[in-house]
Design a protein around this ligand. Sequence first.
Ligand SMILES: [Zn+2]
Length: 176
Amino acid sequence: MTRKSAKILNPSNLSKSDVYEIARMFAEKFKLSSGEDLRQIVQKMNGTIEVGASFEDNDASGTLFINKNGSFSISIPDHTSIERDRFTIAHEIGHYILHYIFNEEYKNEECYTANRSGSSRIEWEANWFASELLMPEKEFRAAYDDLNKNLYEISKKFGTSELACSVRAKSLGLDE
Ligand SMILES: [Zn+2]
């Protein structure tokens, strides 16, 4: 099956708090600590990461492709920052877990795909997952206080961009 005929995944319609909970379970299962590289986890999940792939959708900053047997590959561009790639990888893992693993009917049927692009429901869900995976609410709140709201220091701790940290702070109501 070619990549073009892969089916597009659908949103889970889970609440934000349910998505956070799933991200925490995932982090616990793989014993993920803050700032840790995600590549080894992708490998353990039978996934690969391809750098420098060309994207059909020019706005996409990452793509997920799932094979019939459940193995998958995440494609990221070659010109983006480590922090951005990290968030993209977490986002694509979010699609894999929320929209493939948690959806029984998808398994072993077809090839599936999703990307990091746009702002539809399925993209929010993958972003919620990525935010909680990389910047867990509890740890993020504590770090925000400990590091005196210094976004540079916070971004170093979590391995995410300052922009991602600022968005996370806003979404947790910390920046008022
Ligand atoms: Zn996406």
